[in-house]
Design a binder for this molecule. Structure first.
Ligand SMILES: [Zn+2]
Ligand SMILES: [Zn+2]
Length: 206
């Protein structure tokens, strides 16, 4: 019974501090702390499981494309750039599957511990540099989840479902209607109700 070896990517890094477990973590040592230095970052990372709202979300494991610029500034690291993320869900009007790609712009400061920005901000309103790293996941998650539509639609003008038969109106001919049934049912109902209608014998008008 051979033990399945864990897959290793390349030689073991001598740098024990590299957080291989979190692909969203960015090592800042290459960037350095000198204000003005800049580093481009391009990554495609698998989406975590919980990036969603009620009707739509990012499928777990779907590729999230990051094209970011990291800039060393006095207070920390300024991250800006673009995030492309695939989303999937269902139309709020007709329930058909909806797929799209969100293209989002991002710009956020990760403050150094002890910086003025960090000292003057509430803990939950500023992102922080953690040691020699920043974790991009909470930033991208907030960006994506806040951009997800609460009522996604399959097309801009999806007409929804026919209230009478439940079919998608966009799949039906433009003149789809149930009006022709209504008079028949009305007539039938009247005929069924006519004999023995208690209303006829009801001496209401006295
Ligand atoms: Zn629809
Ligand atoms: Zn119908």
């Amino acid at each position: 019974m051979p033990a399945a070896p864990l897959p290793r990517s390349g030689a073991a890094s001598p740098d024990a501090r590299r957080p291989a477990a979190n692909p969203w973590s960015v090592d800042l040592r290459e960037l350095g702390r000198r204000a003005g230095s800049m580093h481009e970052l391009e990554r495609s990372l698998p989406a975590p499981a919980d990036w969603r709202v009620e009707l739509i979300g990012v499928p777990e494991g779907a590729p999230v494309a990051l094209r970011l610029r990291l800039e060393s500034v006095m207070e920390g690291v300024l991250v800006s750039g673009e995030v492309d993320v695939p989303v999937a869900g269902s139309c709020a009007r007709c329930l058909e599957p909806v797929e799209d790609t969100l293209e989002l712009d991002v710009q956020e400061l990760f403050a150094y511990p002890g910086s003025t920005t960090e000292a003057t901000s509430e803990e939950d309103e500023v992102r922080s540099v953690e040691g020699e790293h920043i974790d991009l996941e909470p930033m991208v998650r907030d960006l994506v989840v806040l951009s997800l539509p609460l009522a996604p639609t399959c097309t801009d003008d999806c007409a929804g479902l026919c209230v009478d038969c439940g079919q998608r109106l966009d799949d039906l001919p433009a003149d789809h209607t149930h009006e022709q049934l209504d008079p028949r049912w009305a007539g039938l109902a009247a005929r069924l109700a006519a004999p023995g209608t208690p209303g006829a014998a009801d001496p209401e008008e006295n």
